[in-house]
Design a protein around this ligand. Structure first.
Ligand code: HEM
Length: 529
């Protein structure tokens, strides 16, 4: 809203009082008067969208005078707050994040309509400014046709044949990781681990091997340089402060609270640039490559930069580097979170661990001796390990890492008395949707893998399992993620038991609206005899 519009607000009956107060202040002290006018304009701008959601028939979290519905963003654990809001409002509610109206859905039918059936009304995500020409180009946030083109080029990476091809590398890497942990155990066969730190290092190393075909220097060291750079870039150790809570109401403050840390992202970008460059040269000189791995796909895209099609959609070198960074970003943090939660649930349930171990040993026995200790692509099929698969699904249900997959309404939408205006972000409240008591009536908060056994899961509602999103913009890496999660879990269950320690505590970080964050989560790994 412009200055004029802000001033005209003073002329409504309530505003006249404000205006007369401002005039008296100006007479009394001109500086105070100017300050009061500036403040009044800022406040009226901060309130400019109030009422929009209510007019669309959406119940809202009552907004404050001028800081929106969430004046304490930096103190709120959003995925837990969503569970309470679902109890309070039901399957749809709205909130003003500062001045911006947002809609959250947890009702499976609304999720289906918005994310799948009416995709043309909700085709994009927000277009954030991460303050980096590369990060602004990651697939997640590309608009319309540009997104479609890049996604089409990346999709073949995740076919069954490609997964099988990558599976051996993942299996070897998981088995080596277990060997490394074993070697670090004390004489009683115990090892204390900071689970997130160990897992992120393993995942980053494994991604480097599978997607780029490179081995990281010092990759097994949880503190290696590359892993540290990713952690720093994602702000893993950052805490949010009041400035963060104020920035949605007063956007100019957001430059002081950036989403990504700039310096480490530069190191990562330049590493990817070098790796792509050297593969380009290798390919040009006819040298051997990793036969159509991710890097070859990127080199192929590079070759099209000068094409009319790429130019028309603004696809540049930065867009291509961004997709390499994106595979790591999209994949390592999410999977580390799932695995940390799985360890947490398993440590609480030793009897479930035993069932998993028995299932695995029997599947291995059936198969006979093989590579990677026998844990490979064929062994991890659901038909072979239904219970272990169900444990992973249950962990994904209870703790989906992405708090609120989002779409922007690109065309006004109406449905049974609800209307959503163009430009409004609509998000799935994943933690709430996955605990819907109508779909999971048997203690929705409890870890019960039986829900996902083949004989039971057919009765579940697909739109109440939201971990990977839905529709054309769902998670491109879902099948790759299942492959990793299963190979890792089988290797873990084969070699170790997980136990809680006196300092094991799941403490979620506040202020996080994208991927859930939590403080260091410690476990003891105990070698199986
Ligand atoms: C357990 C692991 C993972 C979880 C829970 C997860 C979850 C998600 C979710 C919820 C979305 C948004 C979907 C939507 O809006 O409908 C998403 C998008 C995406 N994910 Fe994943 N993800 C995981 C692993 C991966 C992996 C391994 C990769 C890459 C190798 C990846 C790459 C992406 C990309 C590129 C997008 C954006 C897709 C687009 O906009 O077209 N993810 N993921």
């Amino acid at each position: 809203m412009g200055l004029l519009a802000s001033l005209t607000q003073f002329l409504n009956p309530k505003g006249l009082f404000v205006l007369s107060s401002v005039i008296s202040l100006s007479v009394f002290n001109p500086f105070l008067g100017i300050f009061a006018i500036a403040l009044t304009i800022l406040i009226s701008q901060a309130r400019e969208n109030y009422g929009i959601l209510e007019a669309g028939g959406i119940p809202v979290v009552k907004p404050t005078l001028f800081l929106g519905s969430e004046p304490n963003l930096h103190k709120t654990v959003f995925h837990l707050a969503d569970i309470e809001r679902f109890k309070q409002f039901g399957g749809i509610w709205g909130s003003y994040i500062g001045r911006k109206p947002e809609v959250y859905v947890a009702d499976p039918e609304l999720i289906r309509l918005i994310f799948v059936k009416d995709f043309v009304h909700f085709a994009d995500r927000k277009e954030p400014d991460f303050g980096s020409d590369v990060l602004n180009e990651i697939l997640d946030y590309l608009p319309g046709q540009k997104w479609k083109l890049v996604r089409t080029h990346l999709s073949p990476l995740f076919t069954t044949a490609k997964l099988k091809q990558m599976s051996d590398v993942i299996a070897d890497s998981a088995s080596e990781f277990m060997d490394d942990l074993s070697a670090k155990c004390d004489e009683k066969g115990r090892l204390k681990i900071d689970s997130r730190k160990y897992l992120t290092a393993w995942l980053i190393d494994m991604f480097a091997r599978t997607t780029l075909g490179i081995q990281l220097e010092d990759g097994k060291n949880p503190d290696n340089k590359f892993a540290e750079a990713f952690r720093a870039m994602m702000g893993e150790n950052d805490e949010y402060n009041l400035l963060y809570s104020l920035s949605p109401s007063f956007p100019f403050l957001s430059r002081f609270a950036p989403a990504f840390n700039d310096e480490p992202s530069k190191l990562i970008e330049s590493t990817f640039r070098q790796v792509i460059e050297s593969r380009k040269q290798q390919t040009a000189s006819g040298g051997p490559t990793n036969s159509k791995d991710f890097l070859d796909v990127l080199v192929n895209l590079w070759g099209r930069i000068d094409s009319e099609e790429f130019k028309a959609h603004g696809i540049t070198e930065n867009t291509i580097i961004a997709q390499a960074v994106n595979m790591f970003l999209g994949g390592y943090e999410t999977q580390a979170t799932v695995l940390c939660h799985l360890l947490f649930y398993l440590a609480d349930n030793p009897e479930i661990q035993e069932k998993m171990h028995v299932e695995l040993m029997s599947a291995l026995k059936k198969k006979g001796p093989g590579g990677s200790g026998g844990v490979d692509h064929d062994l991890i099929q659901e038909s072979e390990i239904p219970y272990i698969t169900a444990c992973i699904m249950e962990s994904l249900r209870l703790a989906p890492p992405l708090i609120r997959p989002e779409r922007i309404c690109t065309k006004d939408w109406n449905h049974k008395g609800i209307s959503i205006k163009k430009g409004t972000p609509v998000m799935i409240a994943t933690w709430a949707a996955n605990r819907n008591p109508e779909i999971y009536p048997d203690e929705p908060e409890a870890f019960k893998p039986e829900r996902f056994l083949p004989e039971n899961k057919a009765g579940l509602e697909p739109y109440a399992f939201t971990a990977f999103g839905f529709g054309p913009r769902n998670c491109i890496g879902m099948r790759f993620a299942y492959e990793n999660l299963k190979l890792f879990t089988c290797n873990l269950v084969k070699s170790f038991k997980v136990e809680k320690r006196p300092d094991t505590q799941m403490k979620y970080k506040t202020g996080v609206m994208f991927l859930i964050g939590f403080n260091p989560l410690y476990f003891d790994l105990v070698k199986r005899k």
